[in-house]
Design a protein around this ligand. Structure first.
Ligand SMILES: *Cc1c(COP(=O)(O)O)cnc(C)c1O
Length: 461
C-alpha cells in the first residue's frame, strides 16, 4: 500500500517540467527551486512513512514547492506595520530615519567618500570629524565622538577614564536595559570597580561623599530610563553630583540613555531633560543612544570635556566599537535637522510621532475608519487611548493618542491579532478590551491600503 504511494511521488524531472515550477525558476533560480523540490520530496516521503500522507496529488506537491520557495526567499529581517503605539519599539527596530538621513546613507553607500580622507590636504582624515563640530555646536560642549551604541559608549568611557579605579553608583541606578545591558556587568567588563552607594529608593549626597577615596576615578549617574520607583524616594541631582565630583577633582559621567534634543516637558513628560540641559548642569562626560529620542541611526553619542574625549579617541576599544560610514552619514543628516527644531519635528519620524497633534491623529483615524468600514463583518471605531514612547524611555508617562479599534463578527480578537501578525509582512497590533487597536501615532498613512487588503484577506472577504 505505502509502497504504491512511494511510486506515485512525482520525479524531480517531472516537477521541473511543470509550467508553475518553470515560472518559479524564471523568477528565482534553478538551484533554489531544485533545493525546494528536494526538501518537499523529503517531507512527502517522511509523511508516507509516518502515515500522515494517504494519497499523492501532484497539485498539492506543486503548491508545497511554491510555498517552500516563498519561505526560502522571504527575508527574516523584513518590515512590519507597527500599530502598537510604542514609538521607540526596541523589538521593531527603534527610531525610523528621516528622508534626509536615508538619502545620505544611500549616497555614501553607493559612492566612494571622504570617510577617512581629507581632500584639502590629500591625506588621511578622521571619521569623527564629520560629526564632532555639529554635535558640539548643538550641545554646547567641547568635544564629541560616536561609537556603535550607547552600551559601547559607556564601556569605552569607563575603560578609558576609570579602569582600575572605583566608581560609586547609587543602588537605585544599577539598571538593566533590554535584557542585556546591565550597569554592574558593563562596569566589570571595563575593569572599573563598582562601589554601590545608598539604598534602592534613597541615595543622599553624603553617600557619595563617604564613598570617595584616593582610588575613586569618577562619579557615575545612570538615567533610570525604563523604570520608576514610587513612594519615598530621594536621589542626588546632576548638578549636586557635579559639585561633589569636582570638589574631589574627579569627573562626573552621565549615562543619559534616551538623549532627547527636543523639550518633552512641552508634552507634559517629566524627568527627561534635554541633552543640552544635562551638558549645562556640569556632567563632564555624557553618553546617549542615537536611535532613541534623538531619532537617528543606532549609535552611542559621547559628549563632554576635550581632555576625556581625547583619551577615548586614542583607546583601543574605539577601533572595536567604531561605527560604519552609513551610521555617520545618517547621524550628520539627522543632526542637520536639529538646527531648526520646528523642522526637526516635521522631518524626524520619532519627533513627528511624539509631537503629533490630536487633530492630525483624529484625521488619520477617520480616514482609516472610513476605508475599513467597507469590509463586511468588521466593526470599526475611533477611540482615545494612551501610547508609550517606549524604547526604555519615559516609562511611567503616557501620551494621549487616537486609535482605530476593530472587532470582527466571525473571528475571535486573539485570532485576528495572530493572523495579522502571521502575514508575510506582519501587522503588529495591540489588543485591549477584546478589540484590535491601531495607534495613529505609529501606523503610517502609507500602510492604510495594505492594512485594508490584509484585513479583507484575513477575514475571507
Ligand atoms: C538604552 C540605554 C542604554 C543602552 O543603549 P543602546 O544604545 O541600546 O546600547 C544604556 N543606558 C541607558 C540608561 C539606556 O537607557
Amino acid at each position: 500500500m505505502s509502497y504504491n504511494l512511494y511510486r506515485q511521488i512525482p520525479k524531480t524531472d517531472e516537477l521541473l517540467a511543470m509550467a508553475s515550477i518553470r515560472s518559479l525558476i524564471e523568477n528565482h533560480s534553478h538551484n533554489l527551486v531544485l533545493d525546494a523540490i528536494r526538501t518537499v520530496l523529503e517531507t512527502v516521503r517522511e509523511g508516507i512513512k509516518n502515515g500522515v500522507i494517504m494519497e499523492i496529488n501532484a497539485g498539492i506537491i506543486e503548491k508545497m514547492v511554491a510555498d517552500t520557495v516563498d519561505k526560502m526567499t522571504t527575508p527574516s529581517l523584513r518590515t512590519v506595520v507597527n500599530g502598537t503605539g510604542v514609538i521607540l519599539h526596541t523589538n521593531l527596530g527603534r527610531a525610523l530615519l528621516s528622508k534626509e538621513a536615508i538619502d545620505a546613507v544611500v549616497d555614501v553607500a553607493t559612492n566612494y567618500n571622504t570617510l577617512e580622507y581629507d581632500p584639502e590636504e590629500g591625506k588621511r582624515g578622521s571619521r569623527y570629524t564629520h560629526i564632532e563640530a555639529q554635535i558640539c555646536k548643538l550641545c554646547n560642549c567641547e568635544a564629541a565622538m560616536v561609537v556603535n551604541n550607547n552600551a559601547a559608549a559607556v564601556m569605552l568611557i569607563l575603560g578609558a577614564i576609570t579602569r582600575g579605579k572605583e566608581v560609586p553608583v547609587s543602588r537605585g541606578e544599577l539598571v538593566e536595559i533590554g535584557g542585556s545591558f546591565r550597569v554592574p556587568e558593563i562596569m566589570e567588563q571595563s575593569g572599573t570597580i563598582l562601589k554601590e552607594v545608598g539604598a534602592t529608593n534613597k541615595t543622599h549626597p553624603r553617600d557619595y561623599e563617604n564613598a570617595i577615596n584616593e582610588n575613586t576615578g569618577a562619579l557615575l549617574k545612570v538615567h533610570t530610563s525604563n523604570f520608576k520607583i514610587m513612594g519615598f524616594t530621594e536621589s542626588v541631582g546632576l548638578s549636586e553630583m557635579a559639585e561633589i565630583a569636582h570638589s574631589h577633582n574627579i569627573p562626573l559621567i552621565y549615562d543619559l540613555g534616551g538623549g532627547s534634543f527636543a523639550d518633552l516637558a512641552d508634552l507634559g513628560i517629566e524627568g527627561e531633560p534635554t541633552v543640552f540641559e544635562c551638558a549645562k548642569t556640569g556632567a563632564d562626560i555624557i553618553s546617549f543612544s542615537g536611535d532613541k529620542l534623538f531619532g537617528g541611526p543606532q549609535a552611542g553619542i559621547i559628549i563632554g570635556k576635550k581632555e576625556y574625549v581625547d583619551k577615548m579617541k586614542k583607546h583601543p576599544l574605539t577601533r572595536a566599537f567604531r561605527c560604519d560610514k552609513m551610521t555617520i552619514a545618517a547621524l550628520c543628516a539627522t543632526l542637520n535637522a536639529y538646527h531648526d527644531m520646528d523642522q526637526a519635528k516635521k522631518d524626524i519620524p520619532t519627533l513627528n510621532m511624539i509631537f503629533m497633534s490630536n487633530e492630525e491623529m483624529l484625521r488619520k483615524a477617520q480616514t482609516l475608519q472610513k476605508k475599513l468600514k467597507t469590509i463586511k463583518g468588521l466593526d470599526v471605531q475611533v477611540v482615545s487611548e494612551l501610547a508609550q514612547v517606549g524604547g526604555g524611555s519615559v516609562p511611567s508617562q503616557m501620551l494621549q493618542t487616537k486609535c482605530v479599534s476593530l472587532k470582527a463578527e466571525n473571528m475571535k480578537t486573539s485570532e485576528l491579532e495572530e493572523k495579522l501578525r502571521h502575514l508575510k509582512r506582519p501587522i503588529v497590533t495591540r489588543v485591549a478590551r477584546d478589540r484590535v487597536l491601531f495607534c495613529m501615532r505609529t501606523t503610517k498613512k502609507e500602510d492604510f491600503g495594505y492594512i485594508y487588503e490584509a484585513l479583507k484577506a484575513v477575514l475571507g472577504e
